[in-house]
Design a protein around this ligand. Structure first.
Ligand SMILES: C[S@@+](CC[C@H](N)C(=O)[O-])C[C@H]1O[C@@H](n2cnc3c(N)ncnc32)[C@H](O)[C@@H]1O
Length: 355
């Protein structure tokens, strides 16, 4: 499973239950902050038409791969370019095999994120990846960039390759959960060699879906849907900071790094949902502007707003009901936090004249 703050994989059975009560199977649903795409994919499989969006570039690649395709793209130009004649392998598999066999390269990831590198801002070297893996990532990243520049891959093929690379990078990253910082000692997983593995394409449901990369507040007015699912960040932790390395892979760029942890400048992707003073305004804008009468909102007991505050806010737009789901919380050994954590699913039926 993709380790992503707020990933809803575990909550899917309850969520799908709520969706099936609120919308017929062929309805159009929006997953407005789709992250890894886990909810969007489940909705697609259930027969819904999905409009999925997120502000992060890595999320766009996950969503394109999982919502707009039902089989690997052909990679025909790459096959021609590399003169691949192995008929046993699909174009996708052959392309991955080629990328896996590239000679390592001492470039950006090696310098910024490996113990033998020399970070450009003078910080001590970092340990996000072994030097070997960082050099491999450099070679793969730069090859993908060259193919894009030479018009040898389509934008869907780019998304599939970057989705596949990110999944492989997640397997060997020397981190505890997020990319906010690296571990001081390499863990067992991070010592394994990075390998691009073909992903399983989804065949169920429609590919007549839509993927958008933007802020929810910017696109709400452009969307018409039967149901809108909102799964916002619920703490101050910004996704752009915590997943900066995935964003750099997704963009294929070479940003200046900041501080000891080597973050990219992420201010252009900071979320107002992570700020107590702005969150109400953002929720209100989305709910008011979207042409949609039903909103399903996930939120955690640990969040910036309490359940009462949320109900208060949403009640000004219409009728509100909610469900509470009890979770076992992951705790470090001597944590003082309680063992159980409540997750809320709030259902708002908008009354058009209100709000
Ligand atoms: C809790 S996560 C969603 C997790 C997702 N449901 C999953 O299962 O992977 C919140 C997501 O909201 C996105 N986000 C935060 N603020 C946003 C905004 N203002 N507009 C669009 N996306 C935003 C983050 O990038 C992050 O992917």
């Amino acid at each position: 499973m993709y380790r992503y703050i707020g990933n809803k994989t575990k909550l899917l059975p309850v969520l799908l239950d709520v969706f099936s009560e609120e919308a017929p199977r062929n309805a159009t649903v929006v997953d407005l902050m789709a992250g890894t795409g886990s909810v969007s994919v489940a909705l697609r499989k259930q027969g819904y038409r999905v409009i999925a969006s997120d502000m992060m570039t890595y999320s766009k690649h996950h969503l394109v791969t999982q919502l707009l395709l039902d089989a690997p793209p052909s990679f025909q130009k790459i096959k021609n370019h590399l003169n691949i004649v192995n008929n046993q392998l699909s174009g996708y598999e052959a392309t991955l095999e080629y990328l896996n066999s590239l000679t390592e390269k001492e470039s950006y990831f090696f310098n910024e994120f490996s113990p033998d590198g020399t970070p450009s801002n003078g910080s001590p070297s970092r340990k996000y990846f072994t030097s070997q893996n960082a050099k491999k990532i450099d070679a793969i990243r730069e090859q993908i960039n060259a193919w894009i520049e030479n018009d040898l891959i389509t934008s869907e093929e780019e998304s599939v390759l970057k989705h596949t690379l990110i999944m492989a990078v997640n397997d060997v990253a020397n981190i505890s959960g997020t990319y906010g910082y690296f571990l001081s000692k390499f863990n067992a997983k991070s010592l394994e060699a990075i390998v691009l593995k073909p992903i399983q394409f989804i065949s169920e449901g429609t590919i007549e879906n839509t993927v958008i990369q933007d802020f929810a507040e910017n696109i709400a007015a452009t969307i018409t849907a039967d149901v809108c699912y909102i799964d916002p960040p619920y703490t101050k932790r910004q996704y752009a900071a915590n997943y900066h390395i995935l964003e750099t892979i997704a963009r294929g760029d070479f940003p200046k790094t900041i501080g000891k942890s080597g973050l990219r400048d992420w201010w252009d992707q900071h979320s107002k949902f992570c700020t107590k003073t702005k969150i109400r305004e953002s929720f209100s804008k989305v709910i008011t502007e979207m042409d949609c009468d039903k909103f399903i909102i996930s939120y955690s007991e640990d969040g910036l707003l309490s359940l009462d505050e949320l109900i208060n806010l949403f009640s000004s737009f219409g009728d509100v009901t909610y469900r509470t789901i009890e979770y076992s919380r992951f705790r470090s050994n001597n944590s003082s936090l309680s063992k159980k954590l409540n997750e809320y699913i709030i259902i708002l039926t908008k009354i058009k004249s209100v709000g």
